[in-house]
Design a protein around this ligand. Structure first.
Ligand code: F0G
Length: 487
């Protein structure tokens, strides 16, 4: 069937507008509370957006994890799931979907992405190992370190630049990779990890040209390649938009090429296929067998891996949908729309647009807030107060303290506004843009935060903070002056 492959459509007036290529048939009521109630909610939640109740949230942009919209086909597939501890037909559908979409024969189910990281780390990492990667993800690093590994991020110079036109900021630096192997020895490097749409540097993709170069080095040194495919669809979409060789290649083929260049692929299905759960797959029987025995121990039997069979059915359908460009282009098209608009208005956002969400540079937005007072956390709280939109701090609060109790300052202080697939409309997107612009005009009113309750691990999830001054009251007063009774 002939139809447009991209969600961005040219209007008669010349504008490029992202258009929803689906219709909304099940909806959920949202609440846009008055600003005083939002202020009370963020105070109660210790200025941590993880601790807000969604009853108090208008646009929930905390994450795209488990929050993408499901399709009618996914929902209906859940109705004929096969409940069985062993040998469930639902599992074989998932296995087939993984074989068809990722081109890998051997499949292991896990309850979510970090569970795959646990299995892989336990199977292949030994004390003192070194793991090169384009960039870490929080749970990945935690599991690898727990098993005695040390993570080395060998990104290119462009990767951490906020403003850039470099199309593939997720690329791995080949020269740094070669020197790392030389320095530590290939026997101490269990694998090289590539993360699709590199989450923590702004959802930035790598190119297939870069993957091929990594593959060459991996082969020369007999090291295997691991792909975190949690955001593979978006990475493939940006390849189709930005890499000359693949401009006319269907997404399905790009996905197969990407997976074909790696020996082992794992994913969080909460991200990749609008469902729950996760998986690991490979064509290498030895790698498969090494991991297989850990699945019943940590996850569940080999044909459910800790997932409900309904989730497994939805995953199978969702994986096929990831090969549909009208599905996969949705969130990147909207993200690009937001990023381009904010960038044009001089607001510091990570460019070019990536997958996952729009990332605002909090140090550029709030230069008056020292990094020790958590500018990204302060910006997340301020945006929630003035809009009801909830983003996620990805900066020093998401980092940790050193042995002397001092904050390890993050490379970047980002407010991530995730854009779950097929969830928000263009008018909601415009509302978000409008409130960010207002906040930018009034940015000097925003101050820093300090911890009042600080867990020792993964403090960003449960930690509580408070403002260092009375800046929230001033911000609310200015909002009321400009918007009156309007929410
Ligand atoms: N890898 C990547 C690249 C991820 O983004 C995530 C999760 C995981 C692994 C772990 O998967 O949550 O299913 O255990 N990212 C979520 C986020 C939590 O909000 O970015 P999981």
């Amino acid at each position: 069937m002939q139809q447009t492959g991209s969600s961005t459509i040219k209007f008669f007036n010349g504008e490029q507008i992202p258009v929803e290529l689906h219709k909304v048939r099940i909806v959920q009521k949202l609440y846009l509370r008055p600003i005083d109630e939002r202020l009370a909610a963020i105070n109660k939640g210790g200025f941590n957006t993880f601790l807000l109740n969604t009853k108090d949230v208008f646009l929930d942009m905390l994450t795209d994890s488990g929050t993408n919209a499901m399709s009618d086909n996914q929902l209906s597939s859940m109705m004929h799931a096969d409940d069985a501890y062993a040998g469930s037909q639902s599992f074989y559908k998932m296995e087939k979907a993984i074989q068809d979409v990722f081109g890998k024969k051997y499949v292991l189910p896990v309850h979510q992405g970090r569970a795959a990281e646990n299995i892989i780390s336990k199977s292949f990492i030994k004390e003192g190992d070194v793991i090169p990667m384009n960039y870490h993800f929080t749970t990945t690093k935690a599991h690898m370190e727990l098993n005695g590994g040390k993570v080395f991020e060998i990104y290119t110079e462009e990767a951490l630049k906020i403003k850039s036109s470099y199309p593939f900021k997720g690329n791995l630096d080949i020269n740094k990779l070669k020197s790392l192997i030389k320095k530590y020895g290939r026997e101490n490097i269990p694998f090289i990890r590539l993360e699709a749409s590199t989450n923590l540097i702004g959802g930035q993709p790598f190119s297939i040209a870069n993957m091929r170069e990594v593959r060459k080095v991996a082969d020369e040194n007999s090291i295997f390649m691991l792909l975190d495919a949690s955001l593979i669809g978006e990475n493939a979409y940006w390849i189709s938009q930005r890499e000359e060789e693949f401009k006319h290649t269907p997404i399905k083929e790009i996905l197969q090429t990407m997976c074909g260049l790696c020996d082992l692929v794992y994913f969080s299905s909460r991200k990749v296929s609008s469902s729950r759960g996760g998986g690991i797959c490979t064509n290498n029987k030895d790698l498969f067998l090494k991991m297989r025995e850990l699945i019943p121990l940590f996850e569940g039997f080999l044909t459910y891996g800790g997932m409900s069979v309904r989730e497994i059915e939805a995953m199978a359908v969702g994986l096929y949908e990831t090969t549909d460009e009208t599905v996969i282009s949705q969130s990147p098209s909207f993200i690009k729309y937001i990023v381009d608009d904010l960038d044009k208005s001089g607001i510091p956002v990570i460019t070019p647009a990536g997958g996952l969400g729009c990332h605002i540079d909090a140090m550029g937005f709030l230069p008056q807030v020292p990094q020790e007072q958590y500018p990204a956390g302060a910006l997340a709280a301020a945006l929630y107060i003035i809009s009801g939109c909830r983003g996620m701090e990805r900066g020093t609060i998401s980092s940790e303290r050193d042995k002397d109790g001092k904050d390890i300052l993050a490379d970047m202080e980002l407010l991530r506004l995730a854009f779950p697939r097929r969830v928000f409309t263009l008018s909601q997107t415009k509302f978000l843009i409008d409130r960010i612009k207002w906040l930018y005009l009034n940015r000097e009113l925003v101050g820093g935060l300090e911890f009042v309750e600080e867990p020792s691990v993964l403090r960003f999830f449960m930690g509580k903070l408070k403002p260092v001054s009375d800046w929230t009251e001033k911000l609310v007063a200015k909002f009321k002056e400009d918007f009156g009774d309007s929410l």
